[in-house]
Each structure stands twice: as C-alpha cells, then as structure tokens.
Design a binder for this molecule. Structure first.
Ligand code: CDP
Length: 223
C-alpha cells in the first residue's frame, strides 16, 4: 500500500513567486487541513546560518546543517510554522538578505535531505497541502493531487512587489524584480520540475479565488 493512501497530501509546486504559498494556504484552510511551506524551511536554515556573520561563499555544508539543527517545524492551528531557536521567525526569513542566498543553501544535498525528511514527517499524522519546488517529485511522488503553478515572469514580479509593498510596482521596480526572479529561477532550475502527472494551472490572467477554487475542486474529487 502506498504510504499516503489513507492521508490526503496535496502538493503545489512551481517557480519563484508563482503564488504557491498563498494558494496552498487558502486551499488548506478551505479543505480544513494544515499548510506546509517547504521554502520557509530553506529560508529559516539560511537565516540561522546568516546569524554567524561570515560570508556565504565560505559556508560549508556541515555548518549549514548545524544551523538547520536550530530549526523546528511546529504545528499550529492551520499551518506548520518554522521556528528558529524555538521562536517565530516569519519576518526574518522573508528579508532580502535571506532571499539573496537561499538558493545556495538549497543546492546542498544534505540540507535538501533534511528539509525533505522534516516535511515528510508532517504527513505521518496530518492531512496537508504542501508547497515548494519538488514536493510532487522528490518528497510526495504518491500524493493524491499534484499541482504545478505557472505564470509569466512579469506577472510573478508584479505580485511579489504588491505582496511586499501593498501597491502596484513602478516600471523600475517591475524590471528589477523580474530580473531577480529570473536569476533565482535559473539557480533553482535543477530542483524545480513538475511531476509527470501534475495538473498544470496557468495563473496569469485568473484571479486568486479562481486559482484556489480550481485546486480545491480537484482535491475534493480525489479525497
Ligand atoms: O520566494 P518563493 O516563494 O519563490 O520561494 P520559497 O518557496 O520561499 O523558497 C525559497 C527558496 O528555497 C527557493 O528559491 C529555492 O532555492 C528553495 N526551495 C527549494 O529548493 N525547494 C523547495 N521545495 C522549496 C524551496
């Protein structure tokens, strides 16, 4: 029997700022299950390692794994939340310092194995909607539903600035954010792959509600 046969696992993967986390959070709430954001773990490990203060090009994989030992994933009411030294770290992990180097940390094979095992453990006792880059391929190949979200780079950049500032981007902001996202897409390319049986959803031009509604409908069919 597949390990996930009795438990609902929905994976939502896609490139940077494709709306994975916001969609996954809302889908999880509507299904009454918990949301797990695998990217938040890579970010928390990066934030922990940054605290040592030495430049990222000198980081060894061993030292990053030691930093990972300070990160836990704690079940809340609707999510699994990463904690750093037992404390909430949501604002620290979204900073530009973390975003700039997280892909370097995400390249480390032992760090990937640690994140994957940590994420997988959440599904042992809980139904989850999990988002990331490789949840439907490396971590939950047996998931009941796998979604691959795509959107044009400019659209993703527009959403990311809106999310950060609460307003529409200027032309310069849009160009800078698009270039940053495309650079991160290139760095993350290796681990950012759709599962062969993933359902593709192109989100450019559809509303967040519609996007969430489509995933919820698919999940309900397969529950
Ligand atoms: O900012 P965005 O929502 O695109 O990314 P995120 O989900 O917060 O993930 C931050 C970074 O973690 C990515 O740029 C990847 O380098 C890495 N990541 C990964 O390698 N595999 C995952 N399953 C999730 C994130």
């Amino acid at each position: 029997m597949s390990p996930f046969e009795g438990t609902l696992v929905v994976t939502i993967d896609g490139p940077a700022a494709s709306g994975k986390s916001s969609t996954a959070r809302q889908v999880a709430t509507r299904l009454g299950v918990r949301h797990v954001d695998s990217g938040s773990l890579y970010r928390a490990v990066t934030a922990a390692r940054l605290q040592l203060g030495d430049p990222p090009e000198l980081w060894t994989e061993r030292s990053v794994l030691d930093a990972a030992a300070r990160v836990t994933l704690v079940p809340g009411e609707t999510t699994f939340e990463p904690r750093l030294d037992g404390t909430t770290c949501e604002s620290a992990i979204r900073g530009e310092d973390v975003t700039g180097v997280v892909s370097l940390v995400a390249k480390m094979a032992h760090v990937r194995a640690w994140v994957n095992a940590t994420v997988r453990a959440t599904s042992a006792a809980h139904e989850i909607v999990v988002d990331g880059r490789d949840m439907g391929t490396a971590v939950f190949p047996e998931a009941r539903l796998k979604v691959w979200l795509v959107a044009a780079p400019e659209e993703r950049a527009r959403r990311r600035v809106l999310q950060r500032t609460g307003r529409a981007p200027t032309a310069v902001e849009l160009a800078t954010e698009t270039a940053d996202l495309e650079a991160r897409d290139r760095r993350d390319r290796e681990q950012t792959q759709p599962a062969p049986d993933a359902v593709w959803i192109e989100t450019t031009g559809i509303s967040q509600d519609e996007q969430v509604g489509r995933v919820v409908a698919l999940a309900e069919q397969r529950r």
